[in-house]
Design a protein around this ligand. Sequence first.
Ligand SMILES: N[C@@H]1[C@@H](O)[C@H](O)[C@@H](COP(=O)(O)O)O[C@@H]1O
Length: 246
Amino acid sequence: MKVIETKQYQELSQLASNYISDKIKKKPNLTLGLATGGTPKKTYELLIEDHKNNGTSYNSVTTFNLDEYIGLDPENANSYHHYMNQTFFNHIDINRKNIFIPNGLALKMEQECREYEEKIKFQGGIDLQLLGIGANGHIGFNEPGTPFLSTTHVIELAPSTREANARFFDSIHDVPTHAITMGIASIIASKEILLLVSGEDKNAALKRLLTEEEPTEDFPASILKKHPHVTIIADKKALKGIGVMH
Ligand SMILES: N[C@@H]1[C@@H](O)[C@H](O)[C@@H](COP(=O)(O)O)O[C@@H]1O
């Protein structure tokens, strides 16, 4: 895993945006895995700026999002469909038919999960997966204990995840209890992974990721150690007290 340290969140976002936009320039029909949450917000903002100022085109790009809450309508302000439209898709020239986000309202969830995996495979796999990390080490919504061999599935959210994400909702009672998420095996099948880590809240998780030895299902992000092409961009606060080789 290659670690790039930045001074703060702004610089982290700028590097991440440059990284992604360079990939698209090199491969205009890139298949991009996307993440939600607070961390990548600024990256999306800068990618939009880059699209407007430099003409980076998403016309041939295909995207797959990591996850979605179960039971939230795409119009719901807290759904990841809504987040992605508002934060990114509405502002770039992506072809709507090339956008894939798990359907949290599917009547047959098992079928939805299976078909999501098939769509990724049909597309030839994900070239670059953008990732964040939960304070408990979750990636996507794969909570501690999720099997490394998991593919897209429905998961019960950990109480700490619901608490952390309650900041986006009116009350913690409104945070869905379940989500549909790409599995750990689906994430790790991506050809390349870009993990963004910002702020002191993530310091302990990042420390565990960078220092502990063997991957363990108790700490989902630890699987990244087994992936041959992972780049971590982290700011000083996230890296506080962690010795990183430069
Ligand atoms: N499901 C998302 C993850 O995809 C995200 O990476 C993580 C961190 O979120 P944040 O960037 O807001 O800290 O938790 C959320 O629950």
